[in-house]
Ligand binder design. Structure first.
Ligand SMILES: Cc1ncc(COP(=O)(O)O)c(C=O)c1O
Length: 482
């Protein structure tokens, strides 16, 4: 059942509200936030949101304070949260992981310093590099042709990355790890962090999708436990919190509180919502509310296994996942696009999280609706797609032809603000690109501002463009520096 909206009679002031109510009523949410329509809220958050909200919609009053103020309830809540997680300090944020990743970069690094980051970085980090005037060095991730998906790095791969950086004569000021991936794959973080620390390199982990790992011993080790210096958690992507909320943890003496707060100050609103901040605290405490949180995740693991069995039996191929909250159908196995599957499901009122050419990832969240699996199965049977071909057969999504480690031709900031012109992709070979080419979701750039486009990459991009062809996909032109 699709959304039934009359486009001829929009009433100014209620257009969005009406749309919101209709979407909420008619859509099966298999997307973020992870609380899944509120079913997964901790009881205290349910109670908070079902009472009258007006009186609680407050800014930084003296008793409450705010994330960057030394006194008040928010400061106390942040201290209590840092104690729970074992960090030195933490800050709540109301501009998502985006705002906190960017604030962390602005606070931790100075213009011209180098950030070693994976090619599956979220665009928020790229934008942070633009704001802070950083020089990223990009490293390529392993790629699985079987699943059409970048894989997490292991210690041996990362050792090669660090060796390649050293061979280029580069010093690095901060290493970024993105873990787990959007699709739920996790690296063994402890040896990666150790490799960096052995070289005196601090580590920032974008753990937007893995803040729940702390809550169950069978889940991968979380970034704080692995010894990372800075960690960003999304309390809406992987904890049962409200959209826009996130937490930055500082876990080592490598960065001063003052510097980090200066970075955060550049981007924080002067009126952070106390309501959102209270929800952040509740969600951030959730993994430590045992045994309830552990039980919920045990159920989530059983659910994931059950869904995979049912979907596999129905002829679908389910990608491996380290995260029971994410389930990905590998449509490439049937020679079909995850974007086409997503469009089909949306027409039937089922909204997945992350459509890609090789598959579609669903966010099962902490508590999907009871009928979710049967509704999904009945929508899938309407497709009559061929059964999956044997693993490895047929052409699939190709990995980007990028070297293991590459520096930008010019810093992203120079490219971003430079004099530019727009060229057809084919004519841009040899030029320095001045914008990111980023299908959204997943918000992972295929080409980064400051990179020089070579022939091989251009051919790959043209192929990718064809695969990503959908509204909001990719243009056939690109901005380049003059
Ligand atoms: C890996 C990763 N980091 C950061 C972000 C930004 O998170 P937010 O939407 O909370 O700003 C995203 C968003 O999808 C992401 O996938």
């Amino acid at each position: 059942m699709g959304m039934d909206r009359d486009p001829l009679t929009p009433t100014a002031g209620t257009v969005l509200l009406n749309a919101l109510q209709q979407v909420a009523e008619f859509t099966l949410p298999l997307h973020l936030p992870a609380h899944g329509g509120g079913r997964g809220f901790p009881p205290a958050l349910t109670a908070l949101l079902t009472g009258p909200l007006g009186p609680l919609d407050l800014p930084e009053l003296p008793d409450l304070g705010g994330p960057l103020l030394p006194h008040g309830a928010v400061a106390e809540a942040q201290q209590a949260t840092a104690r729970l997680w074992g960090s030195r300090s933490c800050w709540f944020g109301v501009n998502g992981s985006t705002g906190l990743l960017q604030g962390a970069l602005l606070g931790a690094l100075r213009p011209g310093q180098r950030l070693l980051c994976p090619r599956n970085l979220h665009r928020s980090v790229l934008h942070g590099a633009v704001l802070a005037g950083l020089e990223p060095i990009y490293y390529t991730l392993p790629f699985s042709r079987r699943w059409g998906l970048s894989q997490p790095v292991d210690a041996a791969w990362f050792q090669r990355v660090l060796a390649a950086v050293a061979a280029q004569g580069c010093s690095v000021d901060l290493v970024l790890l993105v873990n787990p991936t959007y699709q739920g794959l996790s690296a063994p973080l402890t040896p990666l962090v150790q490799l960096c620390h052995d070289q005196g390199l601090p580590v920032l982990v974008d753990e937007a999708h893995g803040s729940h790992f702390r809550a169950h011993a069978a889940l991968p080790r979380d970034a704080l436990a692995a010894g990372a210096d800075l960690v960003v958690h999304s309390t809406h992507k992987s904890l049962p919190g409200l959209t826009q909320t996130a937490v930055l943890h500082c876990c080592s003496a490598h960065f001063s509180r003052k510097d980090l707060e200066q970075g955060l100050l550049l981007l924080q609103t002067s009126s952070p919502s106390a309501l959102l901040l209270a929800a952040t605290e509740l969600a951030a405490a959730w993994p430590h509310q045992q045994p309830q949180a552990g039980r919920l995740l045990s159920c989530a693991m059983d659910r994931w296994t059950h869904w995979r069995q049912q979907l596999t039996r129905a002829g679908w191929r389910v990608s491996p996942s380290d995260d029971p909250l994410r389930l990905r159908l590998c449509t490439m196995a049937q020679g079909r696009s995850g974007l086409v599957l997503d469009e089909h499901l949306l027409r039937l009122g089922i909204a997945g999280e992350l459509p890609e050419p090789a598959g579609l990832t669903f966010c099962l969240g902490f508590q999907p609706p009871r009928q979710a699996l049967s509704q999904l199965q009945s929508a899938l049977t309407q497709l009559h797609w061929p059964p999956p071909s044997p693993p490895g057969a047929g052409a699939g999504v190709q990995p980007a032809p990028t070297p293991l480690v590459a520096r930008s031709a010019v810093p992203p900031r120079t490219a971003w603000f430079g004099p530019t012109r727009r060229l057809p992709l084919k004519e841009a070979v040899g030029h320095v690109v001045a914008e990111a080419v980023t299908p959204y979701p997943p918000g992972i750039p295929l080409l980064l501002p400051g990179e020089r486009l070579d022939e091989e990459r251009c051919v790959w991009l043209l192929h990718s463009r064809h695969l990503w062809q959908h509204p909001g996909g990719m243009l056939d032109t690109v901005k380049v520096l003059r």
